[in-house]
Design a protein. Structure first.
Length: 143
């Protein structure tokens, strides 16, 4: 499986539902999952189904809030960047994550880690790609 951009995000983005400005923009969260098989382009919102358990893991249901570094444009491609996100002192395994709008739970992007990633009484870090027109996590440009 690969990363999934839900169709609802595409239409809601053009409809003005999401604001990626770093100052005054929407709040975004990232939740971790033990399986992402239930997600598809038809997914519309955050769900607790297959979310990493909060029991005995030090993981908080709903995940953590992302720091939005804002929007930029380079080589005719607009892109969004988030600061790397750390889940501190956790014991968990995850195969993927969902970025979603924190105030309304609308899905933005499903991340596929390419396999199970684990932390045992340590930090679980989501490292976002370089913020540029060819690597940023969310990009919008000419086809």
């Amino acid at each position: 499986m690969a990363n999934i951009v839900p169709d609802s995000f595409k239409t809601d983005l053009l409809g003005g539902v999401f604001d990626f400005d770093s100052s005054g923009g929407s709040t975004f969260k990232l939740a971790l999952y033990t399986s992402i098989g239930g997600f598809s382009t038809s997914s519309t919102a955050y769900t607790t189904t297959n979310e990493v358990s909060s029991s005995g893991t030090s993981y908080t249901a709903g995940g953590n809030t992302l720091t939005n570094n804002g929007v930029a444009v380079s080589s005719n491609i607009a892109f969004v960047d988030f600061a790397d996100l750390t889940f501190s002192s956790v014991t968990l395994s995850a195969v993927g994550a969902l970025i979603y709008k924190g105030t309304s739970n609308e899905a933005v992007l499903v991340l596929d880690f390419g396999g199970t990633k684990t932390a045992t009484k340590g930090d679980f870090v989501i490292q976002f790609p370089t913020a540029n027109s060819s690597s940023a996590i969310i990009r919008l440009g000419d086809a």
